[in-house]
Design a protein. Structure first.
Ligand SMILES: C[S@@+](CC[C@H](N)C(=O)[O-])C[C@H]1O[C@@H](n2cnc3c(N)ncnc32)[C@H](O)[C@@H]1O
Length: 239
């Protein structure tokens, strides 16, 4: 997944305004965080576009499963550290004031058990009073199986046509992204298979709450997909 498309990722998603999303995130973070440190981890950071702006306000690190995307992220953010790991099982020595997991990356958890594992693992890496912000994938009600989608890029030296049919298998949204990519050297075709879990708001809330986080749901979020915000209890100082 993402190996072949890594080199085109930023162009394909150039419609996203990462700087504006980070401005919104920082507002939520400053409102809810209860710890005082500035350590941030972006889980499933992709090519590091959020990190570029988050690093202006935080000591920011990134984590992702894809070596190809991490290489892009490291080029974009040469001062940040990166970790190649799975969000369910990563084990870092540091604890963070802020952990983000954005642009529906949590959807790659194929079952409720995996979802719970990932949220629990991220929550475990927070300092007391730290905050977890997760932008979800679509809910079962919003996903429309049997629909066809296309994206077209027409730059002078790069043409991309990406087409897919959206399908459902049980609790999973399933789609093959067919890419036709033309450059001055050659035109190639490749397919990426994606499977993302369709979780309800209640299931997402439960994953956060069972991880011990005080949880809020912002229905619009950064891009209309919603945003879950969980805060780990601050340490109590009994007198
Ligand atoms: C839609 S991209 C989002 C990337 C980035 N957050 C952004 O906003 O551009 C989904 C990301 O999830 C990562 N990913 C998928 N499964 C993962 C897992 N189990 N652990 C860590 N990262 C994962 C992919 O490699 C990819 O970078």
């Amino acid at each position: 997944m993402y190996a072949e498309m890594a080199q085109y990722y930023d162009r394909i998603y150039s419609f996203k305004d990462y700087q504006a999303e980070v401005a919104l995130l920082i507002d939520w973070i400053e409102t809810h965080v209860r710890s005082r440190g500035r350590r941030l981890l972006d889980v499933a950071c992709g090519t590091g576009c959020h990190l570029e702006f988050l690093a202006r306000a935080f000591d920011a690190e990134g984590l992702d499963l894809s070596r190809e995307l991490l290489a892009c992220a490291a080029r974009r953010n040469p001062k940040s550290s990166f970790h190649c790991a799975d969000m369910r099982t990563f084990e870092l020595a540091s604890r963070y004031d802020v952990i983000t997991c954005l642009f529906s990356s949590i959807g790659y958890m194929p079952s409720i058990e995996d979802l719970n594992k990932a949220v629990d693992n991220m929550a475990r890496h927070l300092v007391p009073g730290g905050i977890l912000l997760v932008e979800p994938w679509l809910t079962p009600e919003v996903w429309k199986p049997g629909t066809v989608h296309g994206l077209f890029i027409d730059d002078p030296d790069l043409t991309i046509a990406r087409v897919n049919t959206s399908l459902t298998q049980g609790r999973l949204s399933v789609f093959d992204l067919h890419h036709l990519v033309g450059t001055p050297e050659k035109t190639v075709h490749f397919v990426e298979h994606h499977e993302l879990g369709l979780y309800t708001v209640e299931e997402m809330m439960e994953a956060f709450e069972t991880s011990g986080l005080q949880t809020m749901y912002e229905s619009d979020g950064l891009t209309g997909r919603g945003l879950y915000i969980g805060v780990r209890a601050a340490e109590s100082h009994a007198s």
